[in-house]
Ligand binder design. Structure first.
Ligand SMILES: Cc1cc2nc3c(=O)[nH]c(=O)nc-3n(C[C@H](O)[C@H](O)[C@H](O)COP(=O)(O)OP(=O)(O)OC[C@H]3O[C@@H](n4cnc5c(N)ncnc54)[C@H](O)[C@@H]3O)c2cc1C
Length: 395
């Protein structure tokens, strides 16, 4: 098994999966044959998450192969990602709340030995629940879990093991190769019963046996019922802010980051005279996640050189703010364009960079793709209210 680390590998992966993206996907996508044996799902999420492949090109390829009707299920699943990203973008308090709660819970974990012991058994895969223990190890070893495994894992974590969902989300985020602030946090919230009021996801032994093709016995008892938590105060709706377009008249550089690694397909609307990217990713990811993300970043930097004819300078991630100032000065830039980064750590970092650059009279201008412009405002309520935007996205 190998997850695509470059755009060329991702395109090859898409090409190989396309014959199965039609009615076969709709019929079989919930079946999980296990690591190294999966044929019913694409395993393209790490590439799509960093936009080595854009949602748009993946959806169009599926339609070209099968027609819209047969590819609809695959496209709808793909659009869950756009929905979650748009939802968090327009309800950013959900991210702030999660980060704040996680801090408190991590402090409690450091104080409370019994909680720490239960947490350790779960993440090491030593709970005695065969499927859960297998998935716990699979997650750490491979950085990937099938969607059904993610749902069941999260459900067992919350309702059987009675661990805080925020700790599970943070553990996933550290290990998943496709870790996405929106898809991950909001999916955990959905399983916990916080995202759709009054509805949570309860893992059932029989469903796990069936979807795993009998790989697991699930003889240890799972929670029989799940009580949705009391509703939280609603997160205020923050309408999508229009972004000012880059000024085509001023000397402009490009900054590349891991939220969007297909800079060739963004309509920048300016002539670029220099390009830069961080030399590594930030945060504290597990080693396989760091490895894959940094190979993808190297690949995009090489494509910038080939496509725009600009050597992509690598700036020290740990000192990004002063390094960006140096980059702007070296090339006498007044403006740096960069792909839009949705709510999450990269967006936080870009805000700090923008503030520092502004002190030098340099503007950091973010450019949002048409896909996100259309999808995000439609994602303020549930997925069913979002679905009618699909024809416009694909028009
Ligand atoms: C608790 C939990 C946490 C999750 N965390 C993440 C995450 O951090 N990053 C992430 O990309 N997905 C996340 N998902 C969604 C989903 O599990 C993965 O996108 C999917 O399993 C990836 O495998 P695949 O590429 O083989 O998917 P396929 O079935 O081949 O689907 C094609 C693409 O559609 C998108 N997609 C499919 N299902 C979903 C979904 N339910 N939500 C969002 N996008 C979807 C992905 O980009 C995927 O690559 C999470 C789901 C759960 C239940």
């Amino acid at each position: 098994m190998g997850f695509a680390a470059t755009r060329a590998e991702a395109l090859a992966g898409l090409e190989a999966f396309l014959p199965r993206a039609g009615r076969a996907y709709a019929a079989n996508r919930n079946r999980d044959e296990g690591p190294g044996a999966r044929t019913h799902v694409s395993e393209l999420s790490p590439a799509i998450r960093r936009r080595l492949l854009t949602e748009e090109e993946v959806a169009r390829a599926a339609i070209a192969a099968h027609g819209f009707a047969a590819a609809e299920k695959f496209i709808a699943e793909l659009c869950w990602r756009s929905y979650w990203r748009g939802h968090l973008e327009t309800r950013p308090a959900l991210w702030v709340r999660y980060r704040r709660d996680l801090q408190h819970i991590e402090a409690e974990l450091a104080r409370d030995g019994r909680l720490a012991a239960r947490f350790a058994l779960a993440v090491q895969g030593k709970t005695g629940i065969d499927c859960f223990d297998f998935w716990a190890r699979e997650l750490v070893e491979t950085g990937y879990l099938h969607n059904h495994a993610r749902m069941s894992f999260a459900s067992i974590w919350i309702f059987t093991l009675r661990l805080p969902w925020q700790l599970g989300a943070a553990h996933f985020f550290r290990h998943l190769l496709d870790a996405c602030p929106a898809s991950n946090t909001l999916s955990w919230r959905w399983v916990a019963g916080l995202q759709t009021v009054g509805k949570c996801y309860l893992a059932r032994a029989e469903r796990i046996r069936r979807s795993s093709g009998g790989r697991f016995q699930v003889s240890a008892p799972l929670a029989e019922s799940a009580t949705p938590p009391p509703p939280e105060p609603p997160a205020p709706l923050v309408p999508l802010r229009p972004l000012p377009a880059p000024d085509p008249q001023v000397p402009t550089g490009l900054f590349l980051h891991t939220e969007d690694l297909a800079p060739e397909s963004i309509p920048w609307g300016v002539t670029l005279r220099a390009a830069a990217a961080p030399d590594r990713i930030g945060g504290a990811p597990a080693a396989p996640k760091r490895w894959l993300a940094e190979r993808a970043l190297d690949d995009a930097a090489a494509r910038v050189a080939a496509h725009f004819g600009l050597a992509c300078e690598r700036l020290p991630e740990e000192e990004l703010e002063p390094a960006m100032v140096g980059f702007a000065r070296r090339h006498r830039l007044r403006q740096i364009v960069t792909a839009f980064a949705p709510v999450g750590p990269v967006a936080d970092r870009l805000r700090a960079v923008a503030t520092r650059l502004a002190q030098e009279g340099v503007t950091l201008v973010t450019v949002r793709r048409r896909w996100d412009e259309l999808a995000f405002p439609a994602a303020t309520r549930g997925f069913f209210a979002f679905r009618p935007v699909l024809p416009a996205l694909l028009a």
